[in-house]
Design a protein around this ligand. Structure first.
Ligand SMILES: *Cc1c(COP(=O)(O)O)cnc(C)c1O
Length: 363
C-alpha cells in the first residue's frame, strides 16, 4: 500500500488557532470571559442571522440545558430519532423525561413527519429531529406539526453549521437549536457547544443553568451546573468561525465531484430549497456495505465510517422494543466517505476509483 491514508475526518488546526490560545494564556484569565462573550456574538452573526447564542462546554450539555431551559422534565415525552448519535436521546433522558424513538425517511435520514405525528400523546412536550449529516430536516413541516399539537420543536443541529432551508438557517426554526464544536464537526473549539434561541426566557435559563444557576455571584436563582465554555476553547472557536464558510464550500465541491463520478451506489439527495453542508457524505450500499468499508481500508488505504450501526433504541442503555423499519435499513446500508476540506482532488479520484472498482466487482 504505497499511497497515503485518507482519513474519514480531519480537524484543521492552524497557526492562528495556536496563537489565539497562546494570547489567552498570556492574560492568565482562562475561564469563561470576554472570549466566550465575543464568540457568542460572532457565532450569531455568521451562522444564525443574528439569533442569540449561548456557549457551553459540549454539544451534549447544549442539548441537555436547552431541554431543561425549555421546561422539559420528568413525566414529559420528547420524540427523537433512533438513527442518530446517542447524545440526542441521552440528553432527553438526562432531564428525567422519556425519549420516544420515531422512524426516519430514507431520502435524507431525518425523522418521518407522519410517524412522529402517530407517536404524539398528551405527555409529548416536544419533537427533536436531527439535521443529520449536515442536511436540514423538514423544518417547516415540523414547525407546523408542533404548532398544530401545541408542542415545541427543538433542533439537534450538531452536524449542520450553516445549513439552511429556503434561505433560513438551521438553528432558527426551533425553540432552541444546538451546534456541536467537537473536533470532527464542521468547525471546532476543542470541545464545546453553542445553543441558539430567540426566546428570552430560554436564553436566560441557559445562562443560569450553565453557571450554578446564578447571574450575580451568591444570588443563585436555581440549581445549575458548571457547563461553562473556557476562554481557551472560545478563542479556538472564534478563529474557526472565520473559516467555516470556506470549508463548507470545499465540502460541497468535494461532494459534487463524488456524486458526479460514483457508480452503483446511492449518492446523497438534496431536498428542494435545502443547503446541505456535508458534515458527512453518506452513500447507500444495499448489498455488501461492510465489505466495501473493510476493503476501502485494506486495499485502498481509504477511511470511511458507518454512522450509525446500532439504532439507539436497541443500545443497552435504552433497550427499547420499537418497530422502526427505515432505521434498521439505514443502519445496515449507510457508509460515509471522506468529504472534509483536507481531501484533495487526487484523493477524490482515488475514492471514486476505489468505490467503483469494489462495487463493480460485486462487493
Ligand atoms: C456530535 C453530536 C452531538 C453531541 O455533541 P458533543 O459536542 O459531542 O457533545 C449530539 N447530536 C449529534 C447528532 C451529534 O452528531
Amino acid at each position: 500500500m504505497s499511497q497515503d491514508f485518507i482519513p474519514a475526518a480531519k480537524p484543521i488546526i492552524g497557526a492562528e488557532e495556536r496563537a489565539a490560545v497562546d494570547a489567552v494564556m498570556a492574560t492568565g484569565m482562562l475561564a469563561q470571559g470576554k472570549q466566550v462573550a465575543d464568540f457568542e456574538i460572532e457565532f450569531s452573526d455568521v451562522l444564525l442571522d443574528g439569533r442569540a447564542s449561548v456557549a457551553v462546554n459540549s454539544g451534549t450539555s447544549g442539548l441537555h440545558l436547552g431541554l431543561l431551559a425549555s421546561g422539559v422534565g420528568p413525566g414529559d415525552e420528547v420524540i427523537v430519532p433512533s438513527f442518530t448519535f446517542a447524545a440526542t436521546g441521552n440528553s432527553v433522558a438526562l432531564t428525567g423525561a422519556t425519549p420516544v424513538f420515531a422512524d426516519i425517511e430514507l431520502d435524507y435520514y431525518s425523522l418521518d413527519v407522519a410517524h412522529v405525528e402517530s407517536l404524539i400523546t398528551d405527555k409529548t412536550k416536544g419533537i427533536m429531529p436531527v439535521h443529520l449529516y449536515g442536511h436540514p430536516f423538514a423544518a417547516e413541516a415540523f414547525a407546523a406539526l408542533a404548532q398544530k399539537h401545541g408542542i415545541d420543536l427543538y433542533e439537534d443541529a450538531a452536524q449542520a453549521h450553516g445549513a439552511a432551508l429556503n434561505g433560513k438557517k438551521v438553528g432558527t426554526f426551533g425553540k432552541f437549536g444546538m451546534f456541536s464544536l467537537y473536533p470532527t464537526k464542521n468547525m471546532t473549539s476543542g470541545e464545546g457547544g453553542m445553543v441558539s434561541t430567540s426566546d428570552a426566557t430560554v436564553e436566560r435559563n441557559l445562562r443560569l443553568l450553565r453557571n450554578q444557576g446564578m447571574e450575580t455571584q451568591y444570588e443563585n436563582e436555581l440549581v445549575g451546573f458548571n457547563n461553562r465554555m473556557t476562554d481557551l476553547h472560545a478563542a479556538i472557536g472564534r478563529v474557526q468561525l472565520t473559516k467555516v464558510m470556506g470549508w463548507t464550500k470545499q465540502r460541497q465541491d468535494n461532494a459534487a465531484f463524488l456524486t458526479g463520478n460514483l457508480e452503483g451506489v446511492g449518492t446523497p439527495k438534496v431536498a428542494p430549497g435545502a443547503e446541505h453542508v456535508y458534515h458527512q457524505y453518506t452513500i447507500r450500499v444495499p448489498e455488501g456495505r461492510d465489505e466495501l468499508h473493510a476493503r476501502l481500508r485494506s486495499e485502498f488505504n481509504i477511511g470511511s465510517g458507518v454512522y450509525y450501526p446500532v439504532p439507539n433504541h436497541r443500545l443497552p442503555s435504552f433497550n427499547r422494543v420499537a418497530d422502526l423499519p427505515n432505521t434498521e435499513i439505514a443502519a445496515k446500508e449507510v457508509l460515509s466517505l471522506p468529504v472534509h476540506p483536507s481531501v484533495t482532488q487526487n484523493d477524490l479520484e482515488r475514492i471514486v476509483t476505489a468505490v467503483n472498482t469494489i462495487v463493480k466487482a460485486g462487493a
